[in-house]
Write a protein that binds this ligand. Structure first.
Ligand code: ADP
Length: 473
């Protein structure tokens, strides 16, 4: 009898989780509306919303006609990459490129601005000199796009000051300084003939790759370790920056959507605890429900709770109390275990958390927890995407207020470039996201919305933007 009542308690925890994570389409539409409203607010005034809606000054996206050899530097974490892309003037779906990756020595992450950029510039020089570079013959200056994935206050498409360091960097004489200028100075010091022609965030790179391959691309979303999105906005809708001039009447806006928050988001006690334990409480609330950094840890917290309330996971595992012990790719592997006996679930519980001899019904329980957490994440990401479409009038509802019926609206083909490990490598996540997109938009409108996976926006996209911002034509 006691055993049965314990199992009942376990089932109650599961039911509570399921209820708290529930995302019926009605709720998703509330999230869509909240996203669109916050986007408006963030565009209306600086600090007007949790969505920063950062101006990128990028108004000129590559269109496929670009020609020449262009470089990119991608600095966003403990590694940096240099790339070279050759463009033939004809839109190509697979962009041929060379790439080299290098770790950043620990001491340079906390040293001086000059030392960091001198190191990067010398790697760049080596990379350039190793290859036969056709542009050297043409005697034209090499051009480079710089993807700098830290918070930047952008002042033009090719300049912006570092607001603060993240991800383990702490170079004091760099905060407030222009990142592109710092790189350019180091390049000049080392005697390399190269111009830093754009400074971008990785989502803008993804938008550039998407637009290069398909001119109907209006937005880009990244769902990997973290999550963010950017999109093309009409210049006259960017109220906080009235009078700004753009050649094409629109500009890419970096939403920083990971920080989105709305009371309509389905929040659990596990989310509250995860946030409280994080180094940035009350920040990145949307990201903490959606991205790869966190999903595994939400699941771990649910399993921990069940192990505290019952003995279905055997004797207490100390590993289970360790934050981030269960990584998202392994959580996904448990979720996607299609074997009859759920042997993969058993193996991962044992290997990672030292939880052994788990009966099948408990393995099923674990798979179910993974399903609930991932399904919620994917559906919320879908709602975020529709929020962007709504803001730019591509969700198929814009005519209704004007009295026209839905069926009379001429729907434009709308492409959203998408990348990131969670989307590309986690099939269940991707399928749940697509399913929710169709649910929210309706089948007919969803036919006009295409999610297009792109590759390496943060690298290739920067090189493509260097091309569209080239000083030569
Ligand atoms: P970034 O770290 O720059 O976001 P990616 O876009 O490649 O790099 O995303 C990597 C993240 O994607 C990992 O941190 C992980 O959370 C998630 N991920 C990678 N592979 C898988 C997988 N097979 N299943 C689930 N999540 C995955």
């Amino acid at each position: 009898v006691e055993r049965r009542s314990k199992w009942k308690r376990v089932l109650r925890i599961l039911e509570e989780l399921e209820a708290a994570c529930d995302t019926p389409v009605k709720r998703l539409r509330q999230v869509v509306d909240a996203m669109a409203v916050e986007m408006h607010a963030g565009l209306a005034s600086e600090g007007g919303s949790k969505l920063k809606m950062i101006l990128t000054y990028v108004d000129n996206l590559p269109n496929g006609s670009e020609k020449g050899t262009f470089y990119a530097l991608d600095l966003g974490g403990t590694n940096f990459r240099v790339l070279r892309v050759h463009l033939g003037g004809q839109r190509s779906l697979s962009l041929k490129h060379d790439v080299e990756m290098q770790p950043i020595p620990q001491n340079l992450m906390t040293g001086t601005r000059e030392d960091l950029f001198d190191f990067i510039a010398s790697s760049l020089k080596e990379f350039v000199e190793k290859a036969n570079d056709p542009d050297q013959l043409a005697a034209r200056r090499r051009e480079l796009g710089f993807t700098f994935s830290f918070p930047v206050k952008q002042t033009s498409a090719s300049s912006g000051a570092l607001i603060k360091w993240t991800k383990g960097f702490s170079i004091e004489n760099m905060v407030g300084r222009d990142a592109a200028e710092s790189l350019q100075q180091a390049i000049d010091r080392i005697g390399l003939d190269m111009r830093v022609s754009v400074l971008i965030n990785d989502t803008v790179g993804t938008l550039a790759v998407g637009h290069y391959q398909d001119p109907d691309t209006v937005a880009a979303v990244i769902i990997g370790t973290g999550t963010n999105a950017c999109y093309l906005e009409r210049t006259d809708a960017i109220i906080k920056c009235q009078g700004i001039f753009t050649t094409f009447g629109r500009m890419a806006i970096n939403m920083e959507w990971g920080n989105f928050w709305s009371s309509h988001l389905p929040r659990t006690t596990y989310d509250v605890d995860l946030d409280a334990d994080s180094p940035n409480p009350n920040e990145q609330g949307f990201e903490k429900m959606i991205s790869g950094m966190y999903l595994g840890d939400i699941v771990r917290r649910v399993i921990l709770k069940i192990s505290q309330e019952s003995d279905v996971f055997g004797p207490a595992s100390t590993l289970l109390s360790m934050p981030f012990k269960l990584r998202t790719p392994l959580m996904a592997a448990m979720h996607e275990d299609s074997s009859l006996e759920l042997t993969e679930v058993a193996r991962i519980l044992e290997d990672i958390l030292e939880i052994t001899d788990i009966p099948l019904k408990v393995r099923k329980l674990v798979a179910k927890i993974c399903d609930i957490v991932t399904r919620r994440a994917a559906r919320l990401a879908a709602a975020g995407i529709v929020g962007i479409l709504k803001k730019i009038g591509r969700d198929g509802t814009s005519g209704i207020a004007g009295g026209r019926s839905r069926t009379n609206i001429k729907l434009k083909r709308t492409v959203v470039a998408i990348e990131g490990g969670l989307y590309t490598s986690y099939t269940m996540f991707r399928e749940y996201l697509h399913e929710a997109l169709v649910e929210i938009l309706g089948e007919e409108i969803a036919l006009h919305v295409i999610l297009k996976p792109t590759d390496d926006g943060s690298g290739i996209g920067a090189a493509l933007l260097a091309a569209s911002y080239s000083s030569y034509d």
